[in-house]
Design a protein around this ligand. Sequence first.
Ligand SMILES: [Zn+2]
Length: 333
Amino acid sequence: MNLALFIGMTSVMLFVTVVLPLQTGKGSGTRALALSEKEAESVADQEGFISHINSEGCHIYLATGESGWQASKQDFHDWVKASVQSIEAYYGSFPVPETRIRLYQTNGDTVEFGESTYDDDLAQGEIEVYVGRDTTRETLMSSWTLTHEMVHLTFPIVHKEDRWLAEGIATYVEPIARMRKGLVSRDAVWQELLEGLPQGVDNGRLGRMRGTKEWGSLYWGGALYCLLADLEIRQKTNNQMGLEDALSEIASSGGTAASFWSAEEALARGDKHLGQNILVPLFRQFQDETLSVDLEQLFNQLGVEETPSKQLTFNDRAPLARTREAILGRPRS
Ligand SMILES: [Zn+2]
């Protein structure tokens, strides 16, 4: 397919999440031994975590820190559980054996932003989320932030020159994962791409991505990489495989935040699983070339259209209509 195609957007979403590499570990990044249920509950009690979720042997703990929250413990628990289940819906399983989530209290009814990393010495994923004291259950359940941070744990913590790839994956996968969990509608996923992708493109051009620090290209240029990769995989496999197959394989074969894999090593693992050379060549193209992008043509081919009154409509006779539906797919069993 012609990759000289797509990008742009005007989302008001606040993407200020980052992956912070913790350079403390000298270990191999291998997985920690799974805790028994009893041991896991003991950890939760001792360390003051209010919520513990066991996702097929992967343990996720939540600490809310300060008191005075509007939301109840059950609300927080349900929020974390829904985020875990969103990850499971896309990847098949949660990526790392242990994860600690800590909340930091701010003002108002809002989930502000999050950060994620992996502590090699403690062998655990760490996520921090800044949440307003008055945040309601509805705000928690409609927030994308925690799922975005969890997606970061599914992929290596990459070199700073490649950060756009990690942010692109998190930006692209999060809404699809939450849709598969039933937290957002199918239309909302396309609405977000329609509004978000143009923010990565400047006058029909996507500049070299290597080392980019520019917000639009970091998140939406990276998301464009994912969408193009997804389309190419589905075209070359007659919709039998998609980006999720490559990303799930990377995570399940050890290329998570616990690993020391490079971005290219991870993508090569995905290509091997697909039996296609797609992810690595496209990555190199994004890294070092300036690309012409025609997002209008891309959305036309996908059959995603917006009326003058900003109403989203879908054209099932568009060339990529079937692929469009396949991208959203069904929850993995
Ligand atoms: Zn992020």
